[in-house]
Design a protein around this ligand. Structure first.
Ligand code: NAP
Length: 271
């Protein structure tokens, strides 16, 4: 159990999932976590569970050891202006999960040399299965370890160079949607060949989970596992090649590149 107090500024999808994940993992008590958003009625249930709830970001930062920035990129500058006079440079660690905003962007907007570590989780953080990429430019090794330990309780994390954070957004954060759409498409195919929609979705999702686990648990390569399924003149290779003739791999690669381009321009740098 950690002793620090955390303020999560912007308790939407990711902020709330992080809070719940940390509590579920036994790392923090709800009483150590302050959740903020402007519409706090949406957080009423969390208050009953012991979390501190407020719309006052300034007050939340004043009593925090760790400040998590989890608003949308276009909401960040206003938030930073609001909390600026509550920040203690020496004692606080800032964690930003915001896409497309660098550590330097945050320091520059604040005109303060705060310790910032970036983390890029995905929505599987809600069930403790996030793939989180962590990066910083000049925060201490100790602070990076604090952030890594935090996100390791809600999935798997790796440290990467900060210039790759935009790519990490596309592959891991947006990636959840790409794989979900793949599963949805498979279930639609399943329905067309005879299964009720709810059965087809369950069958497709479990099959996708099995495929991912084959790679993760056996440290195997996709093509090695594909070779085991594709017998000569068989039905799997026929289906797979038909998908490739229709651009399956190419569509995924192009989509990831498009998302990375877009992720890089989400934040409007001002001063
Ligand atoms: N969703 C993902 O898969 C994902 C993955 C990785 C990283 N991210 C990043 O995480 C950030 C949050 O994404 P999200 O999906 O969680 O968005 P979201 O659900 O829209 O959450 C943002 C929250 O910020 C609150 N907010 C806005 N302005 C605020 C302010 N001044 N003070 C306090 N709270 C404020 C909003 O609530 P009110 O309107 O009530 O204030 C909202 O609940 C984004 O920057 C995104 O790039 C998202």
């Amino acid at each position: 159990m950690q002793e620090q107090n955390i303020a999560i500024l912007g308790s939407g999808n990711i902020g709330l999932s992080l809070a719940k994940g940390l509590v579920k993992a036994g790392q923090y008590k709800p009483q150590q976590i302050t959740l903020t958003r402007r519409n706090i009625t949406a957080l009423a249930e969390l208050k009953l569970n012991g979390y501190s709830i407020t719309a006052d970001n300034h007050a939340a930062v004043q009593k925090a050891d760790i400040v998590v920035l989890a608003v949308l990129p276009q909401q960040l500058n206003k938030l930073l202006d609001e909390i600026k006079t509550a920040i203690s440079i020496e004692s606080q660690l800032f964690i930003s999960v915001i896409s497309g905003v660098s550590c330097e962007d945050i320091r520059r907007h604040l005109h303060m040399d705060v310790q910032v570590v970036r983390a890029m989780p995905n929505t599987a953080i809600a069930i403790g299965h996030s793939m989180t990429c962590i990066a910083t430019d000049r925060s201490s090794v100790e602070n990076v370890q604090v952030v890594k330990a935090m996100f390791d309780t809600v999935g798997i994390s790796i440290q990467i160079n900060e210039e790759l954070m935009t790519s990490a957004t596309a592959l891991c954060a947006c990636g959840i949607a790409f794989f979900l759409r793949s599963i949805r498409a498979a279930s639609q195919g399943g329905t067309e060949i005879g299964f009720h929609a709810h059965d087809a979705l369950k069958m497709a999702a479990q099959t996708a989970k099995g495929a991912a686990d084959l790679l993760l648990q056996l440290a195997s390569h996709p093509e090695h596992e594909i070779d085991k399924v594709t017998s000569p003149k068989g039905c799997t290779i026929a289906g797979l090649n038909e998908m490739e003739h229709n651009g399956f791999s190419s569509a995924m690669i192009k989509g990831i590149k498009m998302s990375a381009d877009k992720a890089g321009v989400l934040y409007k740098k001002e001063d």
